[in-house]
Write a protein that binds this ligand. Structure first.
Ligand SMILES: [Cu+2]
Length: 457
């Protein structure tokens, strides 16, 4: 479990760094052979990149993979040319070559990085890592812990099931692994969070899975959510203390460990069936304090442009498709195509505003044109029978309403879960010029057509 004493929690990564995407073996399962994985700098997850707000960062990505790649800096509001989207913001990095990313880190928070090229294969093979930007004045905690959650789909010999990119995953619920991982290792006996009674932990959680949704519950504890997707939210506990994280989403929690020395509690995921993700193990040690630390939990918010709903323009996005539900008709490469041909001829299953995007054919045909500085309400209408974590690049948005019902926290996010048949209103100011991806972060859905670009010009 990656825990650092507070003194070491200050920014630690060099602002100039080489990130090498390569192939190697890692002991994922407690027993049996190591698993051949793809990862950054020889580990899954890749190195934790840790900066301060305003740092000027330079990252040389070296591609030692058997295919081309890019790196996307998920949640960071950076210039379009650095966004790492193949054929939209850059030519993918060929095998054996490198690309320099350089940008200033604009916001504090918990972010991450991963390829945007063939992400349905490259991410679930292990190419992902956390990128943390410290607040100027961090809240007071005893220590920080990072949990990167994901999964692998492994055979009994610990090798991958080599069915990346199957049409069944594209049109269904995505590639769900049979091995849940925490910081790159299968969850199980070793997944213990050792704590001292009385201590306050800031727990940063990232869901880096390609398709799996987590609904976490900390038995015996009531963690307080202080940020979603890196952005400060009014500190609050979730109903029944359930924290739902779709692919790509992050949460920062404050965990006051107020149970007695020697006690143990499970952290469970009960999204579909209940399973244990980790154990909170209290050391047999004199409590650090007997009442929770009284320090404030509010994070200093980032200076995000506030959308004015009175002058915002409304735009609509209709999502259709999937292998369950109404048959659909969509446009592929400018031609109307029925669901049968969508799937069987093109390997596509989803449409946004009646268009199914080919990964390499979507460039320069944005489905929405916004004027720089425009205040926007996007009404997302999910006409499918599936849940989708929708992710916008280059901007943060406020979640305003769900099925017309105003939201209590109106939280800032870069990825929002859209339940089947649900309508979600998000609002933002389109202030970052360029062509920005807007796509489902179930990476098989994105590859299956559920993506497009929004032009800000
Ligand atoms: Cu989706």
């Amino acid at each position: 479990m990656w825990a650092l004493p507070p003194a070491l929690v200050r920014a630690a990564s060099p602002t100039s760094l080489e990130l090498r995407a390569g192939v190697f073996r890692q002991q994922v399962m407690p027993k049996g052979p190591r698993t051949p994985v793809w990862g950054f700098n020889g580990s899954v997850p890749g190195p934790v990149l840790r900066y301060r707000r305003g740092d000027q960062v330079r990252m040389t990505v070296v591609n030692d993979l058997p295919q081309e790649t890019t790196v996307h800096w998920h949640g960071l509001r950076i210039p379009n040319a650095m966004d790492g989207v193949p054929f939209v913001t850059q030519i993918p990095i060929p095998r054996g070559e490198k690309f320099d990313y350089a940008f200033q880190v604009p916001d504090s928070g918990t972010f991450w990085y991963h390829p945007h090229q063939s992400s349905f294969e490259q991410v679930p093979r292990g190419l992902y890592g956390a990128l943390i930007v410290e607040e100027d004045k961090p809240i007071e905690v005893d220590r920080e812990v990072l949990w990167v959650l994901s999964d692998f789909k492994l055979q009994p010999d610990n090798q991958h099931v080599e069915d990346f990119g199957s049409v069944r995953d594209f049109g269904g619920i995505g590639r769900i692994g049979n091995v849940v991982t925490l910081n790159g290792r299968a969850v199980g006996e070793g997944s213990g969070l050792e704590v001292r009674s009385g201590e306050r932990i800031r727990l940063r959680i990232l869901n880096a899975a390609s398709a799996r949704i987590f609904s976490l519950q900390f038995l015996g504890h009531w963690p307080v959510v202080i940020a979603f997707d890196g952005q400060a939210v009014e500190p609050h506990t979730r109903p029944s203390s359930q924290l739902v994280l779709g692919p790509g989403m992050r949460a920062d929690l404050v965990l006051d460990c107020m149970k007695a020395p020697g006690e143990r509690f499970s952290v469970i995921d009960n999204w579909e069936k209940t399973s244990e993700i980790a154990k909170i193990v209290y050391r047999d040690e004199k409590p650090l304090r007997t009442k929770p630390l009284g320090a404030p939990m509010e994070l200093e918010p980032n200076a995000l442009p506030e959308p004015d709903l009175r002058k915002a323009n409304e735009h609509y996005i209709l999502f259709q498709g999937g292998v369950v539900g109404e048959p659909i008709l969509g446009m592929v490469d400018g031609k109307p195509t029925g669901i049968y041909n969508l799937l069987n001829k093109h390997g596509l299953a989803w449409t946004m505003n009646y268009t199914a995007a080919h990964e390499h054919a979507l460039m320069h045909q944005p489905f929405l044109h916004l004027t720089k500085g425009e205040h926007v309400v996007l009404k997302m209408i999910n006409d499918t029978d599936f849940i989708h974590p929708m992710h916008l690049h280059g901007h943060l948005f406020r979640v305003i309403a769900v099925d017309g019902k105003p939201q209590k926290y109106r939280e800032w996010r870069d990825t929002v879960l859209m339940a089947p048949k649900e309508t979600i209103d998000i609002a933002f100011v389109a202030d970052n010029p360029g062509e920005w991806m807007f796509h489902c972060h179930i990476l098989e859905h994105a590859a299956g057509g559920m993506m497009g670009t929004i032009a800000v010009e």
